[in-house]
Design a protein around this ligand. Sequence first.
Ligand code: GRA
Ligand code: FAD
Length: 662
Amino acid sequence: MAGQVNPDLAKERENASFNTQKLTNLLYGGAEKVRRRRYIESLAFSDPAYSGDEDPVFMSREELYSSQLKRALTTVQRVKELNITEEDLSTYRNAALSGGMPGLALTWIAFIPTILQQGTEEQKQKWLKPAQDLSIVGAYAQTEMGHGTFVRGLETTATYDPSTQEFVIHSPTLTSTKWWPGGLGKTSNYATVMAQLYTQGKCYGPHNFMVQIRSLEDHTPCPGVTLGDIGPKMEGNANDNGFARFDHVRIPRENMLMKFARVEPDGTYVQPASSKLAYSNMVYLRGTFVMSAAQALASASTIAVRYSCVRRQSEMKPGEPEPQILDYQTQQYKLFPQLAAAYAFWFAARFMTQQHASITGSMEKGDMSGLAELHALSAGLKSYTTAVMSAGIDVCRMSCGGHGYSHASGLPALFSTGTSLCTAEGENTVMMLQTARYLVKCFVQSQSGKTLSGTVAYLSAVQPSPVSGERNMSDLGTQVTAFQHRAARMVRHAALQMQTEMQKGKSREDAWNSCSVLLIKAAQAHVHSFVVRNFAETVQTVEVEESVRAVLTSLCQLYSLHGITEHAGDFLMDGYLTGRDIDAASSLLSAVLAQLRPDAVALVDAFDLHDKMLHSVLGRYDGRVYEHLYQWAQKSPLNKTEVHESYYKYLQPFLKSNRAKL
Ligand SMILES: CC(C)(COP(=O)(O)OP(=O)(O)OC[C@H]1O[C@@H](n2cnc3c(N)ncnc32)[C@H](O)[C@@H]1OP(=O)(O)O)[C@@H](O)C(=O)NCCC(=O)NCCSC(=O)CCCC(=O)O
Ligand SMILES: Cc1cc2nc3c(=O)[nH]c(=O)nc-3n(C[C@H](O)[C@H](O)[C@H](O)COP(=O)(O)OP(=O)(O)OC[C@H]3O[C@@H](n4cnc5c(N)ncnc54)[C@H](O)[C@@H]3O)c2cc1C
């Protein structure tokens, strides 16, 4: 059944208004980086060690766990053999492990970064190399059965004993059982454990400790440690998210990660520059989730847009051939905002990475002034982008009709993996409230005359009175200003409402809770406005061919206009935009949908996502959907025999006895 590209898809590619490759180069930081990434991916895709396994959706949990573990270990061997550099590591691993993240990967994505972020130079010397070589395998064990969000409420204790210079790690209650950490159940032999630090009779709050949990000889749990897997989840079942209980487990003093806070041999506690530095690894990981959100939405858009050009259904004009479903405006309205958001988040993720590097660089030199903004930005962006991504993938799934609901589409797995990012690394509502907290603070400062800077600078310029006059709603500058006005008004409104509640006698905490829906909406509006501004600035300033800039400009317009029309009430509330402006935005939106239609396939192709990363029959690059859908179904374990064994066990006797009764 091998053959050419589906003619509809081929035509789409021929008719694009820009060179796809140029846009791919822009997304990945240059032609050389694209070439390198493709080469590294090809090493994994062509390696027989990674092929041969069945499609993960047909595997049992145990098969999936062991198959992905085996693959992960093969990557370690190959990385050495092929001399894969640090820069190419994640590309290689993602390609080799695209069937599902194994528990072992937490060593790379959470355990090593925690040592890097929280360890002293000596501690890095001691543990980084073994972790990188996988002589030790580690989990990030913070969340407990009773507490995930409220880190200050964690119950695991680390009590310092100066007589032996050891910490005693203990789980005093059932709810203090560590619960959820990836790789903790079966794979890891070490974990960084977040525990309440007690020394000299005083509690100093949560700190990170390096704890050996399994024997390095036979992998049995260390004395005093009880371990296990927490059971199957919505997705991510190659990962042994686990539980751990500690019964007075002793670890050396040097196993407290002491880059920031320290405990001296005599038990004296030495304060860090900020108590929140113990959370720095969370800030880092949240930042990385922004790119994960962009990539997940890019994958879903790729699948749905390609399929929508292959799929023909219904009759638009009597007697004419059935149209490609992407020709329906409603289909474009479902998919193009997801596509635009994927681009917007891609550029936002790039900004986030730069900000993280720049602010942590200053923090290394002792300047903590950027910490609050970094936390607010990473928490807000993580929350906003993962929420839009999760909802957007489901829109893509529904846009593919019945076939979207099949695992063959790749969309169910993409959704259930993607949606976990709304909860992991800080639950989204809680994260958005952290951003709101920062915004309220900034607003109060601006009221007392302070000039704000960074991503909140615009809050100082809030204009409560309506601005009148004709607007060109297609202008990116006009759109950015409208988003900033909306956010500033909503932040102001939420903050003033809080003040009113307090004036009426409520405590600050009660006022906060009774305004928290307003606060969340204000913070979302702030992040939305940041994403729009960053997208617009990128489009306007990036060095790229004009045809690419033109299509990106349309995409950015679409992203803004979609936001304005979907949240029209927010923009109309104080009369900043008028009903006529919203009408104009709606008409422009329709026009931009039509304008983007011929470029839709080229825009998803530019994400350069290999079929082996997409795992989707519907999203195949060659568009040969139907024949592969048929082939894929043949692999269903139910089709292994012509007559299933349950027929003999249940159906046959049942039918026989029923027939006998007739
Ligand atoms: C919700 C908070 C932020 C609350 O913390 P708190 O100490 O109670 O703070 P508060 O009283 O609300 O505020 C006190 C202050 O601390 C600030 N702050 C809070 N967090 C940070 C930070 N990271 N950096 C810098 N500053 C931070 C807040 O903004 C407050 O500042 P302020 O007092 O207003 O100046 C915290 O407990 C938290 O971060 N919870 C989320 C837990 C989390 O993210 N867990 C992740 C587990 S690992 C994981 O999920 C891995 C998944 C991997 C995979 O995908 O598989
Ligand atoms: C796939 C996956 C992987 C994970 N991996 C790890 C890992 O490797 N290591 C690890 O330590 N943990 C891990 N976790 C745990 C994860 O970090 C927590 O589940 C997450 O931080 C949310 O905390 P929670 O479960 O306590 O939610 P809860 O806080 O109980 O949330 C329940 C509800 O309460 C609301 N709520 C809670 N507090 C507030 C508040 N202050 N204001 C308003 N509403 C509030 C939330 O908005 C939510 O609606 C993982 C979780 C998942 C799903």
